[in-house]
Design a protein around this ligand. Structure first.
Ligand code: FAD
Length: 405
C-alpha cells in the first residue's frame, strides 16, 4: 500500500514523484514501470542516443541514487494489467497487487504498427523504448538499405541519423507532405528539400501494401506493385495510448483516457497525464486533444503533484516541442492546427527562419528553424495571442517582442 502509486516510469511518471517531493509531500510513493530501466529521456532515442553520441547514463532523468534518497520505490519490469477502482488496487502481470491512495496513470503509448501482411516480421521496428533504439541501432549497422515508414518527427530524425552515418535510406510518407499533422506546408517543403539534399530517397503520397520476407523483412511492397528492398524497416506512424486497464476499469476514454483540467479521470482518485491523456487544451481553442511532448508530460505531472498536496490549479501551459535533424534545430511553440494564415519570417534558403501561424488575425503558433531568438520571443507572442499583420511579422528587422503592446 502506497499513498501515491504512479504507473509508468517515463517522463510524466518521474516528474510527478520529483514534484511531489519538491512540494514536501511526505507520504509513500511507488512507481511501477514496464521497462527495466530507471526513468530516462525518450527524445534522444531518435537523436543523440541513436546516433551513438550520448551514452545511456547521460539520458537518465535523474541519477539512480536520487530515487533512493527521495524514498521513491521503483517497481520496474512490471506491467500493470488491471485496476480495481473500488478496492484502490492495481495488479501487475506477475500477479502482484499494490494498493494506492491516489493513482497516477502515466503510461504513454505503444508504437502503432502497420496493419498489413508482414507488418510484424522481424526487422520491422517501432521506436518507443531504449530496447527499440538498441535493436534499431544494431540492425542498422549491417543493413544495406533501410526503409523508414512515416514522415513525422521520429521518422525524419531517424532518417537524418542514418543518412549521416552513410546508410541508404528510403522514407515513405502516405500524405503529400511530411510533418502534415503538426506543421504548415512551408516547413514541410523545407524539410523535404533538406532530406533529399542529404541523400534520403523521400517519397510522398505512397501507400504501403505489405512487408515482404520469410522469417525476416526483405522488402516493402507499395500499392503500385513496386518492391523496395529493405533489411530494416523503421515504423514511425504514431502511438496507441496505453490505457487498456483503465478502459476495463470503466474510465471515460476517447482517444486516450479523458481527464479534466486538474488531470483527474472519471474514476475516483485516479489521475492521468502525458501522451495517454485526452484533455481540453486552451491552446487548441478548447479542443480535446492528446499532446505527445515532454512539455505536456512534465506540466501535467506538475498539475497532479500540486493537486495531491492541495494546491490545485488547472492545466494551462503553452505547448512547446523541438526536433533535431542534421544541423537543424527546430523549436515550436503553440499549436498550428487550424491556422488560416502562415507568415514566413526570414529565408529558408539561409537555413535560419521562422513560420508564424495566425488564426483570425491572432498569432497561435510559431515554428523556428535555427532561430532561437524568434522562438524565445515567439512564445511570448503566442501566449499573448498577439494580433499583428503579416508585414509586421515578416519583418526580420523588428524583434517579435517589439510587436507586443
Ligand atoms: P512515456 O515517457 O512514454 O512513459 C510511459 C512509460 O509507461 C513507459 O516506460 C512504458 O513502458 C510504461 N508503461 C506503459 N504501460 C504500462 C503499464 N501497463 N504498466 C506499467 N508501465 C507501463 N517529445 C518532445 O517534446 N521532443 C522531442 O524531440 C521528442 N522526441 C521523441 C523521440 C522519440 C523516439 C519518442 C519515442 C518520443 C519523442 N518525444 C519527444 C515524445 C516524448 O518522449 C513523450 O511525449 C513523452 O515521453 C511522454 O511522456 P509520458 O510520461 O506520457 O510517457
Amino acid at each position: 500500500q502506497f499513498d501515491v502509486v504512479i504507473v509508468g516510469a517515463g517522463h510524466g511518471g518521474a516528474q510527478v514523484a520529483v514534484m511531489l517531493r519538491t512540494q514536501k509531500f511526505s507520504g509513500s510513493i511507488a512507481i511501477i514501470g514496464e521497462e527495466p530501466e530507471l526513468p530516462y529521456e525518450r527524445p534522444p532515442l531518435s537523436k543523440e542516443y541513436f546516433a551513438g553520441e550520448k551514452e545511456f547514463e547521460r539520458i537518465q532523468l535523474r541519477p539512480a541514487k536520487y530515487w533512493g534518497e527521495r524514498e521513491v520505490t521503483m517497481l520496474l519490469g512490471k506491467r500493470v494489467v488491471s485496476v480495481d477502482p473500488i478496492a484502490h488496487t492495481v495488479t501487475t502481470d506477475s500477479g502482484e497487487t499494490v494498493g494506492y491512495g491516489k493513482l497516477v496513470w502515466a503510461t504513454g503509448g505503444h508504437p502503432r504498427m502497420l496493419p498489413i501482411p508482414g507488418g510484424d516480421l522481424p526487422g520491422v521496428q517501432g521506436v518507443r523504448t531504449r530496447a527499440d533504439a538498441d535493436a534499431m541501432k544494431a540492425a542498422s549497422e549491417t543493413a544495406k538499405q533501410i526503409v523508414v515508414i512515416g514522415g513525422g518527427y521520429i521518422g525524419l530524425e531517424a532518417a537524418a541519423v542514418l543518412t549521416k552515418a552513410g546508410k541508404k535510406v528510403v522514407l515513405l510518407e502516405a500524405l503529400d507532405r511530411v510533418l502534415a499533422r503538426v506543421a504548415g506546408a512551408d516547413l514541410s517543403r523545407f524539410y523535404e528539400k533538406e532530406h533529399r539534399e542529404h541523400g534520403v530517397d523521400l517519397r510522398l503520397g505512397v501507400c504501403v501494401d505489405a512487408i515482404e520476407g520469410e522469417d525476416h523483412v526483405t522488402g516493402v511492397r507499395l500499392s503500385d506493385g513496386e518492391v523496395i528492398q529493405a533489411d530494416l524497416v523503421i515504423v514511425g506512424i504514431g502511438i496507441v495510448p496505453a490505457v487498456e486497464p483503465l478502459i476495463a476499469a470503466g474510465a471515460d476514454c476517447a482517444n486516450g483516457v479523458r481527464v479534466d483540467p486538474l488531470c483527474k479521470t472519471s474514476l475516483p482518485d485516479i489521475y492521468a497525464i502525458g501522451d495517454c491523456a485526452s484533455h481540453v487544451n486552451d491552446f487548441a481553442e478548447g479542443a480535446e486533444i492528446r499532446l505527445e511532448s515532454v512539455q505536456n508530460a512534465n506540466d501535467q505531472a506538475n498539475v497532479v503533484a500540486k493537486g495531491i498536496v492541495g494546491d490545485e490549479a488547472p492545466y494551462h501551459a503553452i505547448p512547446w516541442f523541438w526536433s533535431n535533424q542534421y544541423d537543424l534545430k527546430l523549436q515550436t511553440a503553440g499549436l498550428s492546427t487550424g491556422h488560416d494564415q502562415a507568415v514566413l519570417r526570414g529565408d529558408p534558403a539561409n537555413r535560419s527562419f521562422s513560420v508564424v501561424y495566425l488564426k483570425a488575425g491572432s498569432v497561435i503558433a510559431i515554428d523556428c528553424v535555427n532561430a532561437t531568438k524568434d522562438y524565445v520571443q515567439g512564445r511570448m507572442i503566442v501566449t499573448a495571442g498577439l494580433r499583428a499583420t503579416a508585414e509586421q511579422l515578416a519583418d526580420t528587422e523588428t524583434p517579435l517582442k517589439a510587436l507586443l503592446p
